[in-house]
Design a protein around this ligand. Structure first.
Ligand SMILES: C[S@@+](CC[C@H](N)C(=O)[O-])C[C@H]1O[C@@H](n2cnc3c(N)ncnc32)[C@H](O)[C@@H]1O
Length: 313
């Protein structure tokens, strides 16, 4: 079995040089989906001209952003610089959203470095009085760091803000009950927690323990992407906080998970990434899904045919 055949694509210069000629977009360009009008731009989330070009006259009712977290995996800025960088894309997000809209931001808290940048980001968000804080969601990962001298860090934080009065569709889920006991009487019958978890009337709370972290054995895996979010989590957000036919934006596309969720749920998505390789992967993931029904490449990858033919030469 070929586990994750591509390395992290942002830190593999030789491979990047091979892949760039196969990418449709150069910086500043936008791909418009001929079928349902999605857009993928090789654009910068902090550039007002780029975001105007992406949106045109349209406005979105949902933003799902997963920026780099200012942790070790990315080129680090000082915390002040990082927060100021966030202000830029948040202002442009605000301009891209309708009067009634939802904003979700995934963020990390580095327990080895003052828990930055999560608390700094939350305080900064108070400057944006148009965004009212609504929920602070924690998603549980299966793998983490810090097992020898500390509690293993397995959480992913997700902030939810409301602008005006956005839609909130109640969704039901199969959240497993991880605690036994907690008896409750339902229709005169005493039931145990695990029995009640079989009902289809369980609504997700703000701790998500039912979402499988992406790894190479899952169909949705996109090899070379080091920060892919699970489709199930993004679909939950899209379903709860937008209506069919509405526009969703994501300024940090990477593996194109928000675009795929929008496609599967009948929404339109405008998404961008500064890296032409992640833009190409985002477009190919959509095309691959439409051609095969598969949500990723499991043990293969997005550039399989090109790299296989290069290897045969
Ligand atoms: C954490 S990843 C997003 C993961 C995504 N939610 C997924 O499920 O695949 C962050 C992405 O932001 C991109 N990025 C970094 N700075 C950017 C900027 N200024 N504008 C647009 N994209 C940027 C990176 O290239 C990277 O692909």
């Amino acid at each position: 079995m070929n586990n994750n055949p591509l390395p992290r694509l942002d830190t593999a210069p030789e491979l990047r040089a091979k892949l760039l000629p196969f990418c449709r977009l150069s910086p500043g360009q936008i791909w418009c989906d001929p079928l349902t009008g999605h857009r993928v731009g090789c654009l910068d989330a902090t550039n007002p001209g780029h975001i105007r070009q992406l949106l045109g006259d349209a406005s979105a009712t949902l933003a799902v952003h997963d920026p780099p977290y200012n942790l070790v995996a990315f080129p680090r800025r000082s915390i002040e610089e990082y927060i100021d960088w966030c202000r830029h894309w948040l202002r442009l997000t605000d301009q891209s959203l309708a009067a009634d809209a939802a904003l979700y931001v995934w963020l990390g808290a580095d327990q080895n470095d003052g828990f930055q940048p999560l608390p700094d980001f939350m305080l900064m968000m108070r400057e944006f009085t148009e965004f009212a804080p609504r929920s602070f969601i924690t998603m549980r990962n299966q793998r983490g760091y810090g097992t020898q001298h500390n509690w293993m860090a397995v959480r992913q934080e997700l902030l939810y803000y409301a602008k005006g009065r956005p839609v909130f569709n109640v969704t039901y889920t199969d959240i497993p009950k991880i605690l036994r006991g907690y008896y409750k009487t339902v229709n005169g019958q005493r039931t145990e927690n695990l029995e009640r978890s079989k009902a289809d009337t369980i609504r997700p709370g703000n701790v998500w323990v039912d979402v499988q972290q992406v790894f190479y054995r899952l169909e949705e895996n996109v090899s070379g992407c080091y920060a892919q979010k699970p489709l199930k989590a993004i679909e939950r957000i899209v379903q709860a906080s937008s209506r069919p036919g509405e526009l969703v934006i994501d300024f940090f596309a990477h593996a194109g998970t928000t675009l795929l969720a929008a496609e599967r749920l009948g929404r339109r998505c405008f998404t961008i990434d500064t890296d032409p390789i992640f833009c190409e992967i985002t477009i190919r993931r959509l095309e691959h899904y439409r051609a095969s029904g598969q949500t990723g490449w499991q043990n293969g990858h997005a550039f399989q045919s090109e790299l296989d033919s290069a290897a045969r030469l």
